[in-house]
Ligand binder design. Structure first.
Ligand code: PGA
Length: 234
């Protein structure tokens, strides 16, 4: 079983989501399929797909105009939430401390946080990839987590770029993340790879050691691209 998580970012419509639900209904897969959609599209049901959000507040309720809390997400039937996506870290200045708070709120409401980590091109060029992702994992995961978190390794320079790291680079990053999680007492936490995953490269990517699934952006938007990914991830 692999995780195949789609991230629609700020794209799509409820009609398009219903089309995805209809077209995926009845496909045979042992994979855990999740779609993280904009808040406004939550509340749909599917036999194949579990739903998630792409962000959550650090607070549970109150005077935080524009924010949506974990308990509100859970009330829509959502089971997952992406936290600390690089676009949130970049455009909304989310730090590891904020990401950790968000993950903690998600867990309190019974949601599984998908905590994203990944290096920039400058950090990669400076040879800091492994130090950066180790620190991100250590600082972004809440204390006293026993299970029910997912880590996504998403090299920032490869997101939406149509390029991926080499298989060796992915294997090394995932091994270091697995070791870090083990040190934190979180053996067995699923580690997903994300950034420029498509139907052509997914089979090779999920075959890499310590890759428990994929987080897919662009290629999750259309059924004829997402369904082959679901079917090829074995
Ligand atoms: P991409 O995005 O698949 O379009 O590269 C991945 C992500 O941002 O989660």
């Amino acid at each position: 079983m692999k995780f195949v998580v789609g991230n629609w970012k700020m794209n799509g419509t409820r009609e398009k989501l219903r089309e995805m639900i209809n077209k995926t209904n009845g496909i045979k897969t042992e994979n855990k399929v999740v779609l993280c959609v904009p808040f406004t599209m939550l509340g749909e049901k599917s036999d194949i797909i579990a739903f998630g959000a792409q962000d959550v507040s650090t607070h549970d309720h109150g005077a935080y105009t524009g924010d949506v809390s974990a308990s509100m997400l859970a009330a829509t039937g959502a089971k997952y939430v992406i936290v600390g996506h690089s676009e949130r870290r970049m455009y909304h200045n989310e730090t590891n401390d904020i990401v950790r708070e968000k993950a903690a709120r998600a867990l309190e409401s019974g949601l599984t946080p998908i905590i994203c980590v990944g290096e920039t091109m400058d950090e990669k060029r400076a040879g800091k990839t492994l130090d950066v992702i180790t620190a991100m994992v250590r600082e972004s995961v809440p204390a006293d987590v026993h299970d029910k978190i997912i880590i996504a390794y998403e090299p920032r320079w490869a997101i939406g770029a149509g390029i991926t790291p080499t298989a060796e680079e992915i294997a090394t990053a995932h091994r270091v993340i697995a070791e870090t999680l083990s040190y934190m007492g979180l053996d067995g936490t699923p580690i997903l790879y994300g950034a420029s995953v498509n139907a052509t490269n997914v089979t090779d990517i999920v075959a890499i050691k310590n890759v428990d699934g994929v987080l897919v952006g662009c290629a999750s938007l259309k059924p004829d691209e997402f369904i082959p990914i679901i079917e090829s991830a074995r």
